[in-house]
Write a protein that binds this ligand. Structure first.
Ligand code: CAA
Length: 381
């Protein structure tokens, strides 16, 4: 019983060191990154030199070999001060999990060791007409000799243009629908790969989101990482592992907003006392703390299931993403409320956190899709 619900010491030590790094080297730039919609280069440099830009990469390829819970803690602590920066480890994990799950030894060595050195890895599933209905994608990969020619375009691609590598899902047999999709790795320098304009987003302004255009991209079969036709299932398995990183991000955003709101409530005086002393405010803060803690337990449990590859991972992954991102939206909205007029202007970070929280309810599958995934997986354990 002694250790039940207590994180082993190494995770608390990791949290402490990431928090110190985030407070010192990421937080000071968070406002500027958002205000100028610029890539958080300072965060990337700090994370890369600490081995945290892609901490999940196994040690044999030069990475830290961080397990799923350790990656969650890294992302949570970075998101607590800057959500855009927390996408660096999250996108790198999303882009490379298909390779880790399905690639051969040579492919893993080739791309994972470059990822560990700081080359980014993006994930290209969505298209303009294939968002929630991912299997309806139109991007085509057609056989040419021993290799493939890929044509199409991918939308909403996080870190497009920054990343060196792209996991691309393409239809190799449109008649077969989800059973006719295959996964490939493309490189930024491949002839025929280009990028669209930067999306002008409500939040996560520091993370570039662009379209990826694939115009007669010719590649060898050594770029194919899934079995032919097994790409969609691989894409879904990937999301089972990585939706938890979005939960982690939302958890960090909520925690950050809660801390700002609590500090403010204790300092702000109205009617002759700190507003924290009014029950109306106390109850809001108590609800925030309760919901964040519940979200944390669910997210950490999902991470442990990801690490152990448990049968109910699909349910837990969707549940952690859905629950935690809904909590983040509520907590950040209430944090703005606690700060009143000061919350609505960008002198304080809570309005940024509220804008950032909104995306977590949308990407890596909307929360409506998460509920659909949970419903389809009820009773599996
Ligand atoms: N693991 C393994 N295989 C799976 C699976 C899973 N979790 N989920 C589905 N599959 C398999 C199914 O078993 C099925 O194969 P069988 O017929 O052999 O059983 C096949 O895939 C098709 O599955 P479905 O019939 O369930 O497919 P569907 O068309 O109904 O779609 C969906 C399912 C859950 C709605 C899916 O399309 C989905 O998740 N949509 C949301 C897309 C999404 O999350 N996009 C995120 C983009 S990435 C992003 O946002 C990142 C970023 O910027 C940072």
């Amino acid at each position: 019983m002694d250790q039940l619900f207590t994180l082993p010491e190494e995770y608390e030590a990791l949290r402490e060191s990431v928090r110190a790094l985030a407070d010192k080297k990421i937080q000071p730039f968070a406002h500027d990154v958002d205000a100028n919609a610029r890539f958080p280069q300072e965060a990337f440099d700090a994370l890369q030199s600490a081995g945290l830009a892609a901490p999940h990469v196994p040690a044999e390829f030069g990475g830290e070999g961080a397990d799923a819970l350790a990656v969650v803690i890294v992302i949570e602590e970075v998101a607590r001060v800057c959500a855009s920066s927390s996408l660096i480890p999250a996108v790198n994990k999303l882009g490379s999990v298909p390779l880790m799950l399905a690639g051969n030894a040579e492919q893993k060595k080739r791309w994972l060791s470059e990822l560990a050195k700081g080359k980014g890895f993006s994930y290209c599933l969505s298209e303009s007409e294939a968002g929630s209905d991912a299997a309806s994608m139109k991007t085509r990969a057609v056989r040419k000799g021993d290799g493939w020619v890929i044509n199409g375009s991918k939308k909403w691609i996080s870190h497009a243009g920054i990343s060196e590598f792209y996991t691309v899902l393409a239809s190799t047999d449109p008649e077969k629908g989800s059973k006719g999709i295959t996964a490939f790795i493309l490189e930024k320098g491949d002839a025929g790969v280009s990028f669209g304009a930067h999306e002008k987003k409500m939040g996560f302004k520091g993370s570039p989101t662009r379209e990826v255009y694939l115009d007669n991209v010719e590649i060898g079969d050594d770029r194919r990482i899934s079995e032919i036709g097994a790409g969609f299932s691989l894409a879904m398995q990937t999301l089972d592992h990585t939706r938890i990183t979005i939960a982690a991000q939302a958890l960090g955003i909520a925690q950050g907003a809660f801390e700002v709101a609590t500090k403010y409530a204790k300092e702000r005086r109205q009617f002759g006392k700190a507003i924290f002393d009014f029950q109306a405010i106390q109850f809001m803060l108590a609800d925030m703390a309760m919901e964040i803690e519940a979200a944390r337990q669910l997210t950490y449990a999902a991470a442990a299931k990801s690490e152990r590859g448990e049968r109910d991972l699909t349910f837990f992954s969707a549940a952690s993403k859905c629950f935690t991102t809904d909590v983040a939206m509520k907590v950040t909205t209430d944090a703005v409320q606690v700060l009143g007029g000061y919350g609505y202007v960008n002198d304080y970070p809570v309005e940024r956190m509220m804008r950032d929280a909104k995306l977590t309810q949308i990407y890596e599958g909307t929360n409506q899709i998460q509920r659909l995934v949970m419903a389809r997986n009820l009773g599996i354990n």
